[in-house]
Design a protein around this ligand. Structure first.
Ligand code: SF4
Ligand code: SF4
Length: 312
């Protein structure tokens, strides 16, 4: 294996496969060194290599593999290698238990808000134009578990940049947070060297729309009606049944649900004078956008009627 990490991921994968199939003890040692360099470079602490490799070499798992590598079958090598890589990442993070303010986490997305963050909105440090709601039943990606799924409870998030996907408060050129001293709880807890911190936070009470508009009974009533009539769960169930039966007629009633969702937004814009940016907070993402996650678009025909179109 090369000692430097300028390979593409595909080439790295091919080399790792070679290591499992044919590699000798010296290839195992070179592979560990290379993997450690790559992890440390990703964490911007390549200079911590000597410290980290010394710790790894003392690990019983490393010593065991170093002594037995040539006798192990490829599937056992693969399994033990994964185990060693997990330990290696922990060791790499442990050499740098502090935030470099590199902005990578801000670049990857925006935080969800917790009850403790309500104060930021009450004080106007973050406004309802800068946040949006993900409603119960929406299809989302769960980053911590690296899986797609459906939200069980409502979440409020800071909006992301529409082109870059980074947090709206992240200034890319300066690599800085525009609200650093008033950043939300999740950003304060974020510690890329200790993923467990975010996992614990996930179980704490989240901020919801009802925490923020609790004194506006007219608006609360409209939100309740909208949630009941235009719930994303209706989309999810309809698409589930459609995928099971392949009967496109199951999707037809959704057109009316999508239209109702648009009508609610138009009503609140016209009657209560909310603007489009605030609607993302009040009603979440429009259902016409959410259906795209299921591979379907809505089109308006010349006669003004709507129809769902499946994209191949
Ligand atoms: S927590 Fe975020 S900003 Fe801090 S070092 Fe990790 S990725 Fe960079
Ligand atoms: S609020 Fe600030 S610290 Fe938090 S993700 Fe956005 S830019 Fe980063």
């Amino acid at each position: 294996m090369n000692q430097h990490s300028e390979n593409s991921p595909d080439s790295d994968r091919a080399q790792t496969k070679q290591l499992f199939l044919f590699g000798h003890r010296k290839d195992f040692v070179a592979g560990v060194r290379l993997a450690l360099r790559q992890v440390l470079e990703r964490l911007h602490v390549g200079a911590h290599y000597s410290e980290a490799i010394t710790i790894i070499k003392r690990e019983p798992l490393y010593r065991d593999l170093n002594n037995t590598w040539e006798q192990l079958a490829p599937p056992v090598r693969s399994e033990k290698w994964q185990e060693l890589m997990e330990r290696l990442v922990q060791v790499a993070y442990a050499t740098r238990p502090y935030c470099l303010r590199c902005g990578e986490c801000c670049h990857l997305g925006s935080p969800s808000l917790h009850l403790e963050d309500a104060d930021l909105l009450l004080r106007g440090l973050i406004t309802t134009r800068q946040i949006y709601t993900l409603r119960r039943g929406e299809p989302v990606r769960f980053n911590l578990e690296a899986r797609l799924g459906v939200l069980e409870d409502e979440l409020i998030k800071i909006k992301e940049d529409q082109t870059g996907g980074h947090c709206r408060f992240y200034e890319v050129e300066q690599r800085r947070c525009l609200i650093y001293h008033h950043r939300p709880l999740q950003c304060r807890v974020q510690a890329c060297w200790n993923p467990g911190a975010l996992e614990n936070l996930w179980n704490q009470e989240k901020l919801t729309r009802r925490h923020l508009v609790k004194d506006d009974s007219a608006l609360l009533e409209i939100l309740g009606d909208h949630d009941e009539q235009c719930t994303p769960e209706k989309l999810h169930l309809a698409f589930k049944r459609f995928h099971e039966s392949k009967d496109a007629a199951i999707l037809n009633p959704l057109v009316e649900v999508l239209k109702q969702d648009l009508d609610f937004r138009a009503l609140v814009r016209a009657e209560l004078r909310y603007d489009n940016e605030e609607l993302d907070f009040l009603f979440g993402r429009p259902l016409v956008e959410i259906v795209r996650a299921y591979g379907v678009w809505i089109e308006k025909a010349a006669d003004g009627t709507f129809r769902l179109v499946q994209k191949s």
